[in-house]
Ligand binder design. Structure first.
Ligand code: TMP
Ligand code: ASP
Length: 261
């Protein structure tokens, strides 16, 4: 597979063309951003961990029939993925209220929701990814009703699977963000899960202590992001005590090298 030119660079990932027009390479950067890019840093090793964790979750989802863009992980930082036409919506599922929802609605932090809540945010950096209603998505034709219904069902299945997976390793899945895209299959468009699922895009709390094991460590200046992501990877069985991530040494990574740009 020949790596071609850069097609797109986002805040945490870069997409490169390949010799196959239907496939692209997704490169995981070490860059961390929050609050729509207002807070920025480079956290050495984050991309490597997210690549591995996302690969693990997406391949498990594939095994239960949830189609997604992952073809295979290529190396420490790259995955071969299917090229999709991204639906410009960030789909957020919340099991517990924390983060933006508690500020927006004045809900008490940590309130357990009676049933999972799905929210939609329009992907637009200039506007700061505003919250939108389902009717906006239909009115502006960001997705059809049929696509939305399918996506919502899929999100709930993903939640059921991930809640169980994380519960089994002593982690509470508080909330997460997903993205979906369209691919052409036999002249018809099909919706598949895209982007990544990692501690950058989920809130993960230790089941006993409620310790945050996700990007809130960066957003809230709690420090020790790499040890937290490493802990998630180890608990999921991705990294073993002895593993040194081949080229990158986890022990070295634990002493978080944080370069503020
Ligand atoms: P929020 O509480 O800030 O709205 O975040 C909800 C979830 O979505 C949380 O798990 C973090 C994730 N998320 C992203 O992956 N990307 C983003 O740009 C934002 C704002 C949140
Ligand atoms: N990725 C988002 C950004 O920079 C925010 C976040 O994850 O909180 O802006």
């Amino acid at each position: 597979m020949i790596k071609g030119k850069k097609l797109y660079e986002g805040k945490a990932k870069i997409i490169y063309a390949t010799s196959d027009k239907n496939l692209v390479i997704q490169y995981f950067k070490d860059d961390a951003t929050a609050f729509n890019n207002q807070k920025r840093s480079v956290i050495e090793g984050k991309g490597v961990l997210n690549n591995r964790i996302s690969e693990h979750i997406l391949s498990n989802l594939s095994q239960i029939g949830i189609k997604n863009h992952l073809v295979k992980r290529l190396n420490m930082r790259e995955q071969l993925i299917k090229l999709v036409e991204i639906i410009p919506i960030e789909f957020v599922l919340r099991n517990v209220a924390t983060g933006s929802i508690i500020k927006r609605l004045g809900i008490e932090d940590g309130t357990v929701l009676k049933k999972p809540l799905i929210e939609f945010y329009f992907k637009n950096d200039q506007l700061g990814d505003p919250l939108v209603a389902e009717d906006h998505i239909l009115a502006f034709e960001w997705a059809t009703k049929k696509e939305l219904d399918k996506i919502k069902k899929t999100i709930l299945r993903i939640n059921d699977f991930m809640v169980g997976m994380f519960r089994g390793v002593g982690i509470k899945l508080i909330d997460f963000k997903l993205e979906f895209g369209r691919v052409k299959v036999d002249d018809k468009y099909e919706i598949i899960l895209a982007d990544e699922i990692s501690p950058d895009t989920c809130r993960l709390w230790d089941s006993v202590s409620d310790k945050k094991l996700d990007k809130d460590r960066f957003r809230k200046d709690l420090g020790d992001l790499i040890p937290a992501y490493t802990e998630v990877a180890k608990r999921l069985g991705i990294l073993h005590e002895q593993t040194n991530l081949s080229a990158v040494n986890v022990t070295k990574l634990s002493s978080v090298k944080k370069k503020v740009r």
